[in-house]
Design a binder for this molecule. Structure first.
Ligand SMILES: [Zn+2]
Length: 66
């Protein structure tokens, strides 16, 4: 198991996860559902998540285009 920096806090996330468990649990249900979908748009959704985190959007206000 590889520990990586969580982009949403100072904690660590596991390899293969976008966020640590506590950040992930704060995301709105619809955002989690969109991010869990692994298709051709998965990387675009990850970029949306990263961009909002970089702009300081609170985790519970993150919106991901499905
Ligand atoms: Zn985190």
């Amino acid at each position: 198991m590889t520990a990586l920096a969580c982009p949403g806090c100072t904690g660590v996330r596991r390899d293969g996860q976008y966020l640590c468990g506590s950040c992930w649990s704060l995301l709105p249900h619809v955002a989690r559902r969109a991010l869990n979908r692994l298709d051709d748009d998965a990387f675009r959704r990850l970029r949306e998540l990263r961009a909002q985190l970089a702009h300081g959007v609170p985790l519970n206000r993150i919106e991901i285009t499905p």
